[in-house]
Design a binder for this molecule. Structure first.
Ligand SMILES: Nc1nc2c(ncn2[C@@H]2O[C@H](COP(=O)(O)OP(=O)(O)OP(=O)(O)O)[C@@H](O)[C@H]2O)c(=O)[nH]1
Ligand SMILES: [Mg+2]
Length: 401
């Protein structure tokens, strides 16, 4: 999970700061040494005698000499007109070669001062690489846009450790990621909430799972029941998918495996009435949580959406969870937004992140929908459900370097 985004972002950062001698050489021509700030310490050195430039200089010599020029800090003190800089002929530039990365000015500054701020060209070049990486990894346009704006502001004002610009850039990208993830606010901590309600003797807590077909609703419900049981909290499953073949047996199977009761009826039965019975059962048996399964449905199916609205009216869930698979890509946020037009959604479970090499949805889904992620599904086993934290996402995508 996150391999795609992690690889692309890290390449974007590393690629930016990579020192390529050839680029330095080219930039030496474009950026005169006068651009070096006044605060650098070295005392002016007498300029070494400048040898006359032979009319014909072998190409490899030109490169060598130009490299030597920029690698000697003292040389930058010379007035520009005395510098002996040999430009490669424009025709010799490979076509696909992109200039930029760090400018010579910034590179040289970093020799003399402890902090540097990128200039606007550098910032835009860096941001372009980051933007492309994000879009290619399923981060939505609006999220990538907001992210880039946030990062640009940071880069414009941040003085970075000149000796370790790469690590400083990583810090800024991470900080923007945290900012974007924070914009949807933090969701309810389901386990904590159940404990609080238990302490207040206000049970049961009712949780409804909804979403498109096959996203992992039933499995997620069973995973939560499993976690609650491990922590000494009782729950009951409501087999309210009376639509899909074998759905009731599947819920029963999970209930038996996990060791929790299940309330069921026959296929075609009213899902809302099964939820009602499960709530009554929980009240009668002092069960802490009622976990209500539902049939998979598309947001475009009006009848099934109306049925879901009825379930919400009858069961009055405390928490309504949208279960969506990470592999759905950018279409996931549209699905969630459509569902949210018909019922209040309190949080998202992003499943199958283990099958999603890109991982961009984990960055953008909460921002795009304004609904926080509560859990992340990382596999098929009952333990493969993680409570969402921004730290987990950011550390998985771009670890501190
Ligand atoms: N790899 C992986 N598989 C998952 C995850 N969550 C669920 N699955 C698998 O996805 C498949 C569908 O899961 P279900 O729980 O039946 O999905 P559902 O949303 O209830 O499906 P319907 O009831 O048909 O709408 C099953 O094979 C699950 O084991 C996850 O986080 N990672
Ligand atoms: Mg199901």
């Amino acid at each position: 999970m996150f391999e795609g985004l992690r690889k692309k972002l890290s390449e974007a950062v590393k690629g930016f700061v990579k020192k390529e001698e050839k680029e330095i050489e080219e930039r030496a021509v474009e950026e005169p040494a006068a651009a070096i700030p006044a605060q650098e310490p070295p005392k002016p050195q007498p300029a070494p005698a400048v040898a006359p430039i032979p009319e014909e200089i072998p190409q490899d010599m030109q490169h060598k000499e130009a490299q030597e020029e920029v690698s000697k800090p003292a040389m930058v003190e010379k007035p520009p007109e005395k510098r002996r800089i040999i430009a490669p002929k424009p025709a010799e530039k490979p076509k696909e070669e992109k200039p930029i990365k760090l400018s010579l000015t910034t590179k040289l500054k970093s020799v003399f001062v402890s902090t540097v701020t990128l200039n606007s060209n550098e910032i835009e070049d860096f941001l372009e690489g980051i933007n492309v990486s994000m879009l290619e990894s399923d981060v939505s346009y609006e999220t990538a846009d907001a992210f880039i704006t946030d990062l640009r502001e940071k880069l414009q004002t941040t003085k970075m450790d000149a000796k370790n610009i790469q690590s400083a850039l990583v810090q800024q990208v991470r900080a923007s990621m945290f900012d974007i993830l924070a914009k949807s606010g933090s969701g309810v901590d389901i386990y904590k909430y159940i404990n609080e309600r238990k302490a207040a003797q206000n049970l049961p807590v009712k949780i409804l799972f909804l979403g498109p077909n096959g996203t992992g609703k039933t499995t997620t419900m069973a995973k939560i029941a499993h976690h609650l049981k491990k922590n000494g909290i009782s729950s009951v499953l409501s087999a309210s998918d009376t639509f899909r073949a074998a759905a009731i047996e599947q819920t029963e199977h999970h209930a038996n495996k996990v060791g929790v009761p299940v309330i069921k009826s026959g296929y075609g039965a009213d899902p809302a009435s099964i939820a009602f019975d499960a709530i009554a059962y929980a009240k009668a048996h002092q069960i802490a949580a009622v976990l209500i399964d539902t049939a998979g449905r598309q947001e475009t199916n009006k009848n099934l959406i109306a049925e879901m609205q009825k379930m919400v009216r009858v069961a009055q869930p405390d928490i309504t969870v949208f279960v969506g698979e990470s592999t759905a890509g950018n279409q996931l946020s549209e699905q969630i937004k459509e569902f949210a037009k018909f019922m209040k959604i309190d949080g998202i479970v992003l499943t199958k992140l283990d099958c999603d090499a890109k991982g961009g949805n984990a960055i953008s889904i909460a921002y795009s929908t304004g609904i926080p992620i509560l859990f992340i599904g990382t596999g098929e086993s009952y333990d493969a459900l993680m409570q969402y934290t921004p730290e987990f996402i950011v550390n998985s995508i771009l670890p501190n370097s």
